[in-house]
Design a protein around this ligand. Sequence first.
Ligand code: GLN
Length: 555
Amino acid sequence: MATKYIFFTGGVLSSVGKGVTASAIGRLLKARGISVTIQKLDPYLNVDPGTLSPYQHGEVFVLDDGAETDLDLGHYERFCDLRLKRTSTVTTGQVYEEVINRERRGDYLGGTIQVIPHITNEIKRRIDLVGRTSGADIALIEVGGTVGDIESQPFLEAIREMRNDLGRNNSAFVHLTWLPYLKATNETKTKPTQHSVRELRSIGILPDMIIARSDYPVGRDLCDKIAQFCDVPVEGVVPLVTADMLYRIPLILESMGVADYLLKRLALEPNQPPDLDGWRWIVDELSREKDKVRIGLVGKYVELHDAYLSVREALTHAALFCGVSVELDWISATDLEKGIGLERLGQVDGIVVPGGFGSRGVEGKILAAKYARENKVPYLGLCLGLQVMTIEFARNVLGLKDANSSEIDQLTPHPVIDLMADQRYLEKMGGTMRLGLYPCVIRPGTKAYQYYQRESVDERHRHRYEFNNQYRDLCEQNGLVISGQSPDGVLVEMAEIQDHPYMLASQFHPEFLSRPNRPHPLFLGLIHAICEAKGLGNDIIPPAGLYKQPDGKPD
Ligand code: GLN
């Protein structure tokens, strides 16, 4: 059967939670035995967000095939337990790049290239491709931006045309809006929603469902009003009040019959009654009052929590399975290097140093690694977190005073972290890092092995610099264990400090493969070590079938 499509658009405001809503609906469909895939259409002109500052765009999420994507792809993978491919991410930049390349090759045979049909056809080709190559029953397509934006118009035109191409029973449109609350009159207003639906209708898209986000409870009377003004059946108007946690959203939408309504609209029968027991268990466990473990996340974008979204989620998943909850202390690495907030390192039970680029804050992260090593505080380093752990070890254990990464100090006498040979003469910054899945062989007898319980894994990377093998023997002789390496033994992928409860770091980003139903072993190791030190946590027994051996494979 050909893939059917559900298109998600947003109105009134950006950030109303289209990505999470689409992901949640994906979870509800999967719970009914319907296979899904998901795609994000981003209207900006960057080819991908890889070159964007996290301040602009939050975290850059990385897929198996090395695609650098929007953080919504992380929501999709976590909620739906999918492993997505590059086809799931489309930007205006990619679309124009493709069309212009074709034009330069002469493929258009003298034609004038226009937004309609050339750009819109290329968008349609990519929407079609994600459905066909995934073989999913339903593809969920999220159009980034807000209806009315100039830059998202070609995407809206493309999905409008697709309804005709696909036929009415094979496509559905879900429009997400925001209902503002007016304190003065104690009212929640629907007018902006009406206007955004009018805007959508003016370009020929009639929504099948309106999900009205709000911070305050929305009465049935308001839903009826929206249904009447926007020509949507009453069952198709779904109020969605801001939830205490994102993982609750599938359950809220389920209670409102959203998946059944959409399946009916698409003339599809569920393959099984909805099985949400595992998900309910996750939400109940997350809601339960538990002992807390306090983790210091030492980063340079700490004001913007979205910059470390997957790290935060991975910590939450691991804590869930250790029977505790996580309290995060966002510690600014730049403050630490100015001597501000050092006492906070003494107030946390564990330290995480996440990924990062450039020199700002690096000395602060090195300080945090030193503190963790000397005080035996559990530490997990992610990518740059491995690099700073190595630099700290070289400086303070090996006595190589000015050891550094050549990213930070090109003239360092001891570049313990250095550029890979194939990264030296690159001209382009975009898409040229070591990206995506690479195999890692794990050394038995190490902490890494203890938690992975396997000899090799594939993990996702995003970096240019590597551990410099010239220092490997010296490091190993002095208590830095190389616990993971590339199968040819050339690249150091994981390292850990001997005689420490848990000081482990990876050159890859384990956070991208953590799922609420399958916490990542390295994060479990961190939380477990903290629980042991504090005498906390208990053995959590998840419902049968929920927790699978963390083999990194989706269910
Ligand atoms: N800046 C470092 C590198 O390029 C680390 C990158 C990261 O943490 N993702 O190797």
